[in-house]
Design a protein around this ligand. Structure first.
Ligand code: PXG
Length: 290
């Protein structure tokens, strides 16, 4: 495995960054999780745009221009001879001293790991997930805005620990007002009377790339109405269909939440259509690697 760090490639054993890096000491940095399918990087521009927005929000200067970073991502995939891959792109504040002041970190650190991804078992796409709502609330927008894909994932990790304790594959997180926000690494949608509803980003959801793709497919391909609206766990329990979206999970059905069966307990027709459309799109679209 060849890992890109600040313009050079290193073997896995030698791919190291400093213990004084503020990404490690303070979670001071931003990241992206991107996928390549069939020799093409899916929604690369959208992921890079989100990375630059996250960086801007924390006043972190990414050391490369967007076009250069795009080239670095493609080069990393070629270096590893990958056609289907998971790409982790990380920019940290860089090395500093033992104080949190970012002014002591003159040079950001940028690294790219490209490897295989562990997926949910295929069986869960036909059976659906059994989820729990957890007590840990999504970060408030007035603190670190959840739209920033920062290296500070402790909040979501706390929620994930709660899901683990309940033997659930994901956790539904509410915002501080009790409205549904998202899961620890996925966005959430409900289907009600043939309409798709997902929480607005300002309510505590990441502006997910898969979320955006699914909203577009629903509106323009399936001709289904899509709304960004607040809803509560009650609306999940009484929805016709529920599903999650994310780079890792793609589109995955949810058939049980907090011991309530969703709909008839099987993945619904709209979810199934969106899974098919999404899979077709990932095979077809994207930035060519070779
Ligand atoms: N919400 C959160 C909090 C996320 O971290 C999503 C939603 C889905 O967004 P995308 O853009 O992927 O549709 C994410 C994405 C991982 C991993 O390693 C996490 C994500 C993506 C890929 C891998 O756990 N999070």
């Amino acid at each position: 495995m060849k890992i890109y760090i600040d313009g050079k490639f290193y073997d896995r054993e030698n791919a190291k960054i400093s213990v004084f890096d503020h990404g490690l000491l303070y979670g001071d940095g931003v990241f992206e999780g991107i996928r390549a399918y069939n020799g093409k990087v899916f929604k690369l521009t959208e992921h890079l745009n989100r990375l630059y927005h996250s960086a801007r929000a924390i006043t972190l200067q990414i050391p490369l221009k967007k076009e250069e970073l795009e080239k670095a991502v493609l080069q990393t995939l070629r270096e590893n001879e990958l056609k289907d891959a998971y790409i982790r792109l990380v920019v940290t504040r860089g090395e500093g001293d033992l104080g949190l002041d970012p002014r002591k970190c003159p040079t950001p650190c940028l690294f790219i790991i490209a490897g295989k991804i562990t997926l949910y078992p295929e069986e869960l796409y036909s059976k659906g997930l059994d989820l729990v709502t957890v007590a840990t609330k999504r970060n408030i927008s007035e603190a670190v805005n959840p739209c920033i894909k920062s290296l500070n994932y402790l909040n979501n990790i706390m929620a994930k620990i709660e899901a683990n304790r309940a033997h659930a594959p994901e956790a539904i997180m509410l915002n501080k007002d009790g409205y549904v926000a998202e899961c620890t690494g996925d966005n959430i949608f409900i289907v009600l009377n043939q309409k798709l509803i997902t929480p607005p980003c300002w309510a505590g959801a990441l502006d997910g790339i898969t979320r955006g793709t699914v909203m577009d497919l629903a509106k323009n391909k399936l001709k289904i109405e899509v709304r960004e609206e607040l809803f509560t766990p009650y609306n999940i329990y009484t929805a016709d269909e529920v599903f999650l979206t994310g780079t890792a999970a793609e589109v995955i059905p949810v058939t049980k939440v907090d011991d309530r069966i969703i709909g008839n307990g099987k993945p619904g027709p709209i979810t199934q259509q969106l899974i098919q459309e999404f899979r077709a799109l990932t095979q077809k679209d994207g930035t060519p690697i070779y």
